[in-house]
Design a binder for this molecule. Structure first.
Ligand code: UDP
Ligand code: MG
Length: 316
């Protein structure tokens, strides 16, 4: 009998966690050939998520949990889950039922066909604002072009992977994690399936536009130095253009004398170069910041409680 671990990052999910487990259990009950286990990761929730997890773990013996000492972010929660997984197949999914368990059979089928991973992408983006949609389209196009990461538009974290693929992912122990990129970067055969987007039933999404923007920047800078090259190329282009301009101006001054006071030209040049320099420093800073964070080698997450036997730090 093959086993499947379900990794579920949870941050302030008190409203929906029990409903999630109940709904997922219904799906699992219809797949008797596989042994399912939950690995719930409490990412420093400020509500009663942890208590609900403990209650669920007491109720069902296939529920394991890890509870962080504070909020480390969904990426850290996924990593912790992957580290604790030991099943044949490992699933990463959200706790808000926006990642419907109903597609498990489809995923299992793909794995039986020999794929290493069965990932999901959003088919329809109903209810999403035009601005957000355009922004994410631009992001997917840019990151597919600039990096080794190839993800279709609407790709999500929700996926099933083989044990082998998970162990490779765990070897990438970078602190600045961008899972969607890592999943693709490690390679292996991925089958993409899609389903209609569903709205979050309970609780609220914690993503703001600013965090989406940060996510997009990370998606590119974690996997490519193309932005750095862009600044270098821009610098070279401007250098050669100004060389031509300087020579032309010199010749003009030598033969025809100084004509008009070039107020506008000077202002344009100063503003343009100033802007470009600022931007280049910013891009450089983005990478230096990443190097700085990586060199600290801080743990990706810190566990406070867990009911994994070997960790033996269950709350008394
Ligand atoms: N999540 C988490 N840590 C965080 C934020 C979110 O573990 O700091 C979890 C959350 O509980 C959910 C999943 O990540 O299971 C996706 O979060 P959310 O539904 O807020 O994001 P969205 O669906 O809008 O992408
Ligand atoms: Mg959600």
């Amino acid at each position: 009998m093959k086993s499947i671990d379900l990794i579920v990052p949870c941050y302030n999910e008190e409203a929906g966690l029990e409903h999630f487990v109940a709904e997922t259990n219904k799906v699992i009950a219809a797949i008797p050939d596989y042994r399912f286990r939950y690995i719930l990761v409490n990412d420093g929730s400020k509500d009663k998520t942890y208590l609900i997890m403990k209650r669920l773990a007491a109720q069902f013996d296939n529920i394991k949990y890890i509870s962080f000492s504070r909020n480390f972010g969904k990426e850290a929660a996924m990593y912790a889950g992957l580290q604790h997984a030991d099943a044949d197949y490992v699933v990463v999914m959200d706790a808000d039922l926006q990642h419907p368990p109903a597609v498990f059979p489809q995923m299992i089928e793909a794995m039986n066909e020999g794929y290493d991973c069965c990932a999901t992408k959003r088919d329809e983006r109903e209810g999403e604002s035009f601005f957000r949609g355009a922004f994410s389209k631009l992001f997917f196009r840019l990151s597919n072009r600039l990096t080794d990461v190839k993800n279709p538009y609407g790709a999500m974290d929700y996926r099933m992977m083989t044990r082998q693929m998970v162990s490779v992912i765990l070897e990438l122990s970078e602190v600045q994690r961008f899972s969607k990129g890592i999943f693709s970067w490690v390679g292996f055969q991925t089958k993409w399936i899609s389903f209609k987007t569903v709205d979050r039933e309970l609780g609220t999404s914690t993503w703001k536009f600013s965090s989406l923007f940060k996510y997009a920047i990370d998606g590119i800078t974690c996997f490519s130095v193309a932005p750095l090259r862009f600044t270098a190329v821009m610098g070279a282009i401007i250098f050669f253009l100004s060389l031509i301009y300087i020579i032309a101006t010199l010749i003009q001054t030598l033969f025809f004398g100084i004509q008009t006071p070039g107020y506008v030209t000077t202002l344009c040049a100063v503003l343009f170069l100033g802007g470009l320099t600022e931007m280049s420093i910013g891009i450089l800073g983005e990478y230096i910041g990443k190097i700085y964070m990586e060199t600290k080698e801080r743990p990706i997450y810190i566990t406070k409680f867990s009911n994994f036997e070997d960790e033996n730090n269950e709350e008394k």
